[in-house]
Design a binder for this molecule. Structure first.
Ligand code: ZN
Length: 510
């Protein structure tokens, strides 16, 4: 049995509202999951919410509800926006799910039995909103180095995970597997962090009640990060259904934001090593988005909700913009002007207009029925066919590196080739001369065939658009029944099939 392609997003903190940064990771994961499905692979795509910790408990208290009620109320913000963004996750995990709690307790018991967990006194600074411990030397002006907020001094008996014992194995794994932490800049960061020496991690809290109680000491709850990381294996039934677990684990890629790199590239693999589990193939950290040149923050009031942009541009334009504009792995700047520019040039013009023009010509010159091409090929036909043959391998190479922007660039180069073909072959001139009728048949067929390939290529990124084009092309079966690379072969469009122009895909914006 083939192993599923397993892709994850981080589980999002249920106290926060989804914003364009959260959606960036999730949309990227979705495009990747859909792309692998398009290639005919079995895929497991996981997202979810992180629901334990002091911050959640305090928010619940402020609102006069139980932490569970608070989490139940907040989780909807995530499930709703993912539904709207057409996110095709196979499962949504919540760390308050009984299954997750059971797996997390089994896991920590295993490490305790192996001697990798011990009791000691913890003293140090704690940032409640980030749920992070800091050394005095890490504080910036006495405040949390990550968010700049006040930290609290905590001193208590905690259980510690023997992270230091795994430093050498971890370092040698990262050094011998260049793909394990990506991009390169993050890999170097992790390597130098490990080389500075790893200290054992406090993994439980005594004074907090909103969390998973430790099976070997019910007076303490699991530290939220330890709890949260385990979602990646609890979702696929670690310790519950061995066969299912083996079919899915290890993850092919954990997509994360760079702020949680330490947990995913150091703590998580060490936890897995301690449990004798294989490590994920890759941890890929993307950059941060600024808004109109400024860092997004609640205090600046410039946090953008995905809903706001979806209302304005539509779901597929939203997905397209973030995947096309930024180089995944690096920081990027969001600007409305830029988004409108991309919308008009790439979506309304190169894609939407082209599809309308092609299908309108089939309607006008052949009553909507796609003609049979002749077997005489002219120069522009060869150029178009060759361009079509190049595009899938290019997209595939880019997607292998999670270079979403380059994959889309390759597709848009193909769209440029189709637009060139439309102009060069000038079907409107051919239509005036009855002796060129067979030539017109060939030209119309080639254009429609290129549109068919376009639908398949864009569908992982712009699902509704791909499906919409597919319907306009008159196919009765769903686009998802077709797989690349087989379906990318030139000449598969069935002559005689009726097409219709339909409504414009992306009406121009001012
Ligand atoms: Zn903080």
């Amino acid at each position: 049995m083939n192993k599923s392609f397993y892709v994850t997003t981080p589980i999002y903190y249920v106290n926060d509202m989804p914003h364009i940064g959260t959606a960036y990771t999730t949309v990227a994961a979705d495009a990747l999951a859909r792309y692998h499905r398009l290639k005919g692979e079995e895929v497991f795509f996981l997202t979810g919410t992180d629901e334990h910790g002091q911050h959640v408990a305090r928010a619940a208290e402020r609102h006069g509800v139980s932490p569970q009620e608070w989490a139940d109320r907040m989780v909807v913000h995530f499930t709703e926006v993912w539904k709207r963004l057409n996110i095709s996750n196979d499962y949504f995990i919540r760390t308050t799910d009984p299954k997750h709690v059971e797996v997390a307790r089994k896991f920590i018991q295993l490490l305790y039995d192996k001697g990798d967990i011990y009791l000691d006194t913890y003293e140090g600074w704690y940032c409640v909103p980030d749920e992070s411990f800091w050394l005095p030397s890490q504080l910036v002006d006495g405040k949390c180095p990550q968010c700049g907020r006040e930290v609290e001094m905590v001193q208590e008996e905690n259980y510690f995970f023997r992270l230091s014992a795994y430093a050498d194995r971890l370092l040698s794994h990262i050094e011998s597997h260049p793909e394990f932490v990506q991009p390169e800049i993050r890999r170097n960061e992790v390597i130098s962090f490990i080389k500075q020496g790893l200290t054992d991690q406090s993994i439980s809290r005594k004074t907090i009640t909103w969390g998973i109680p430790l099976p070997f000491d019910e007076s303490q709850v699991m530290y939220v990060w330890f709890d949260a990381l385990l979602n990646y294996i609890s979702a696929i039934d670690y310790g519950l259904d061995e066969e299912r677990f083996r079919r899915t684990w290890p993850a092919d890629v954990h997509l994360i934001g760079k702020e949680i790199l330490r947990f995913h590239a150091i703590v998580w693999p060490a936890m897995l090593m301690a449990a004798d589990l294989p490590l994920p193939r890759q941890v890929f950290a993307h950059g941060w988005l600024t808004v109109e040149g400024e860092k997004m923050s609640k205090s600046k009031g410039n946090v953008i909700s995905p809903h706001e942009l979806i209302d304005e541009y539509g779901v597929d334009a939203y997905r397209y913009y973030f995947l096309r504009e930024f180089s995944f792995g690096y920081d990027g700047n969001f600007s409305r002007e830029n988004m409108t520019g991309r919308y008009n040039a790439d979506l309304a013009n190169s894609l939407g207009n082209m599809v309308s023009r092609v299908l309108a010509m089939v309607e006008r010159y052949r009553g909507g029925t796609v003609p049979e091409p002749s077997d005489r090929e002219e120069e522009p036909d060869v150029a178009l066919r060759e361009s079509a043959a190049r595009v899938f391998p290019e997209v595939d190479r880019s997607m292998e590196r999670l270079a979403f922007n380059e994959a889309l660039q390759a597709i848009w180069n193909f769209l440029a080739a189709i637009n060139r073909y439309v102009d060069e072959t000038a079907a409107w001139d051919l239509a005036k001369d009855p002796t060129l009728s067979r030539r017109l048949d060939t030209v119309l067929y080639n254009m429609v065939e290129a549109v068919r390939l376009t639908a398949l290529l864009v569908v992982p990124f712009l699902p509704a658009t791909g499906e919409g084009i597919w319907r306009r092309l008159g196919f009765a079966d769903p686009i998802h029944a077709h797989h690349l690379p087989e379906a990318a072969a030139w000449g598969l469009f069935p002559p005689g099939q009726r097409v219709s122009k339909g409504e414009p895909l992306f009406p121009r914006k001012k």
